[in-house]
Design a protein around this ligand. Structure first.
Ligand code: NPG
Length: 370
């Protein structure tokens, strides 16, 4: 393929309810979409960066800037382009994995659409549908939390993840266990909110038989996670710390990650996400697919990835309605706790013109002609 140009499109989608994590509260999602135009087909990518650099160092304005100034021009200059080449072409530019992932996703979509193959087929999906978990934000009170969890269980979600932070950890977990019983698949996510000196406190979660505790310590503290893991019965899962297959292999070798959350945006794209999956499978480490409040575009690709054989735990692959009243694609709707892996060419979904126009705040064309 030869790249003609790239459209960057900013959209703002209101959330159905505020989503609070240890790093902040969100009421809407500011998303950068990437549409690549090639001589063979068009493709869509979604950048998972947030408005502010609170989850990781990237943020939407920065991803738009690095795409415009460095990443897109490098691809426009390439004589022959395919998704496998994107990582190599962009390798001289350090970091910026979320920006790179969005561009690679769009090129992969275009390539697969041109060839009539789906993301699931390309990545190696072995399931037609995937079981879905839901991430439940920090609430103002335990009764409000129990209402929310009860609602999600009634909708069919097969696994509950509670966001935690100091002051909101043991009691919410205890309350959910007491109300909904020991059979509910339950895990917690700290988004780096603790330090190693909290080890004894976090060990108080052990009696609740959690699937895992996700990223209790800061991103670079891989050794700390290994030390913590020796003091907890609850398995330690890494999210923010895993930025590549190489960092996954190191974390596993050090005993810092018994389980890995794979988010394609965080690691530079779906191809690196698959490599992490392969590293984890070889090491006997279970993986699951994380979520970053994606629109239907990112959701489609995540559901395809979550259908790979090593994804043995339910992911944060919720239905569109968990976050958005109106999605920009045909919405993903839970069926008996599962989402169906799209089978059409590329992502298998495209933005709906009116819905997309309604949430668009700006567009910019980069590259050649049209
Ligand atoms: O289901 O899409 C989803 C969201 C799941 O909790 C979720 N994501 O830390 O994993 C996380 C968290 C997150 C959301 C992180 C947005 C960063 C941005």
């Amino acid at each position: 393929m030869k790249l003609t140009g790239v459209e960057l499109r900013r959209i703002t989608m209101p959330l159905v309810s505020p989503f609070r994590t240890s790093f902040g509260t969100q009421t809407s999602r500011d998303i950068l979409l990437v549409r690549v135009v090639t001589d063979e087909a068009e493709g869509w990518g979604e950048c998972v960066a947030m408005s502010d650099p609170l989850y990781s160092s990237e943020y939407v304005d920065a991803t738009a800037d690095v795409l415009r100034r460095f990443l897109v021009p490098a691809l426009v200059d390439a004589a022959h382009l395919d998704a496998n080449a994107v990582g190599q072409i962009l390798a001289p530019f350090k970091g910026h994995r979320m920006a790179k992932a969005a561009l690679e996703m769009a090129v992969l979509d275009a390539e697969l659409r041109a060839e009539g193959r789906s993301f699931g087929r390309e990545l190696g999906a072995v399931r037609e549908r995937v079981p879905c978990g839901v991430s439940v934000g920090i609430m103002d009170s335990i009764p409000a939390l129990l209402d929310a969890v009860g609602g999600y269980l009634a909708e069919g979600y097969v696994r509950i993840k509670l966001k935690i932070e100091p002051g909101w950890d043991v009691e919410p977990v205890r309350a959910v266990r007491e109300r909904f019983g020991d059979d509910v698949l339950l895990q917690v996510d700290a988004n780096t909110a603790y330090t190693l000196s909290d080890a004894r406190h976090l060990a108080r979660l052990d009696p609740f038989d959690l699937l895992l505790i996700e990223q209790p310590l800061e991103e670079e503290d891989v050794l700390g996670h290994a030390d913590l893991a020796r003091q907890l019965r609850t398995p330690v899962c890494l999210d923010e710390s895993i930025v590549s297959a190489q960092s996954a292999a190191a974390a596993i070798r050090l005993g810092a990650a018994a389980i890995v959350n794979i988010k394609p945006g965080r690691v530079g794209g779906y191809l690196e996400a698959r490599r992490i999956h392969d590293v984890c499978v070889a090491a006997g480490v279970p993986v699951w697919c994380g979520g970053m409040l994606e629109s239907g575009l990112g959701r489609a690709a995540n559901v395809a990835l979550a259908a790979l054989p090593g994804f043995t735990l339910p992911g944060d692959t919720s239905g569109s309605g968990r976050y958005y009243r109106t999605d920009i694609t045909t919405p993903f709707v839970l069926d008996d706790g599962h989402l169906t892996v799209p089978t059409g060419p590329g992502l298998g979904v495209t933005p709906l013109e009116d819905e997309l126009a309604a949430v668009t705040t700006s567009t910019a064309w980069l590259g050649g002609g049209s």
